[in-house]
Design a protein around this ligand. Structure first.
Ligand code: ZN
Length: 420
């Protein structure tokens, strides 16, 4: 996928989504140019075939065929001969590193432009330059890809990533690839509690299109994550949902507790698509999961965000951590101690080995019994006790088997989990 020229619209984006679709059951959804989506209007579709700058000596200074970063993403077409001073007004360079080619976009202001290193720009001799960009900005559509993995309930978990950046590896092919693996893993699960909806969409306009088309569905969303920049070697960063105390916030914090260097940040209103999902009208429980956040690694939005920056072991660890989070939300539940007056006699039920001091297994039994008054979930008990939710889950299962515990909200034998 790396060499494909992606943008918020166009064939490169579709080609990328089709590649995802060869791994998971993906539906491609198109929203036509001109359609009103929430407060936005779907823009023209951008497609590009070739672009270059020809120096006075006939050499190509930069060529789109070598790197799609050389063209301002969403650039208008141009075919002209201009003096160096005029060309310079249309060339973008990296603000800090003179050797890097920046990634720049101009989605909503129509202009033509190129990107190159400061060193290359400064070395250009005076003279007339031919500038050529064979692109089109014309009615088409915004595309996104959606894959659904059905669970036992129609309560949903929404996991999204953006697929609109051209040749940048960590930001965000790492997210595109990791979400694809999550999809493959979900497809292989024999039984899921939640229905999982995975979304590969162009940033901002893609999530806005999805929200506009799914207003009647959003109330089913119990948990959500926006995944991006998960291939660099930096520690994990999780940004909580706008709510700040959603179950997904607790679940990710619980998983990251055992990953050194991880950070859990409070909500802030800039960043990725979580801004749309958490806008006050929707206020969905959606957090943002990454390693080093987008604008905080030095290679961000430049030619240095390449396949060297993304490490296989980092991608693998990100995938495993996301699956751990899924495991936590799948296994969380709120229970009621059915023998709450004094401690129930565990030895009689084969639950207490009488070795004194308390093994971690017995500690888990005691914590679940002590806290399960129908208001506190296993995840909250994990926070309070410092124990792992998988141990608490195992204890809850054993207590349920012996009739000492039941799911909260059990009505005439039909368990309805009360995870909210
Ligand atoms: Zn970016």
């Amino acid at each position: 996928m790396f060499p494909i020229c992606r943008s918020i619209t166009g064939e490169g984006l579709r080609e990328t989504l089709r590649m995802v679709g060869s791994e998971v059951p993906l539906e491609l959804v198109e929203t036509p140019t001109g359609v009103t989506v929430l407060d936005w209007t779907v823009p023209n579709e951008w497609n590009i075939r070739a672009a270059w700058i020809e120096a006075p000596d006939g050499q190509h200074v930069v060529d789109f065929a070598n790197s799609n970063l050389h063209v301002l993403n969403y650039s208008a077409p141009v075919d002209a001969t201009v003096p160096l001073e005029e060309l310079r007004k249309h060339v973008f360079t990296h603000p800090r590193d003179p050797d890097l080619v920046p990634y720049r976009t101009s989605y909503y202001v129509e202009q033509w432009g190129f990107c190159m290193s400061r060193r290359q720009l400064d070395a250009l001799p005076a003279g007339e330059y031919r500038v050529f960009i064979d692109s089109t900005l014309a009615p088409g559509s915004v595309s996104y890809g959606e894959a659904v993995f059905s669970g036992a309930t129609d309560e949903e978990v929404l996991i999204t990533t953006y697929a609109c950046h051209p040749s940048l590896a960590n930001d965000n092919l790492s997210g595109v690839a990791t979400l694809t693996e999550v999809g493959r893993a979900l497809a292989a699960q024999p039984r899921l509690r939640y229905t999982y909806r995975l979304l590969w969409a162009p940033g901002t306009i893609g999530s806005i299109c999805w929200l506009a088309r799914n207003r009647d569905r959003v109330e089913r969303i119990r948990h959500g994550l926006v995944v991006s920049c998960v291939g660099d070697p930096g520690p994990f960063t999780y940004k909580c949902s706008r709510r700040g105390d959603a179950e997904i916030d607790r679940a990710v914090a619980h998983v990251l507790r055992s990953t050194p260097g991880s950070r859990v940040l409070d909500w802030f209103p800039y960043g990725g698509d979580e801004r749309q999902f958490c806008s006050p009208g929707f206020d969905l429980p959606v957090g943002a999961f990454s390693r080093t956040p987008a604008d905080q690694f030095p290679q961000y939005h430049s030619s240095a965000d390449d396949l060297e920056l993304v490490r296989p072991e980092s991608l693998g660890e990100s995938f495993a951590t996301l699956m751990d989070v899924i495991d936590v939300i799948e296994s969380n539940g709120t229970y009621v101690n059915l023998s709450p007056y004094g401690e129930p006699q565990l030895g009689r039920r084969g639950l207490y080995r009488g070795i004194g001091g308390g093994s971690s297994e017995e500690m888990a039994l005691l914590w679940v019994l002590s806290m399960s008054d129908g208001t506190m979930s296993l995840l909250q008990i994990a926070e309070r006790s410092g124990l792992d939710i998988s141990d608490l889950r195992h204890a809850a299962d054993r207590l349920e088997e012996t009739g000492l515990l039941a799911l909260a909200g059990v009505v005439s034998g039909q368990p309805t989990h009360a995870s909210d």
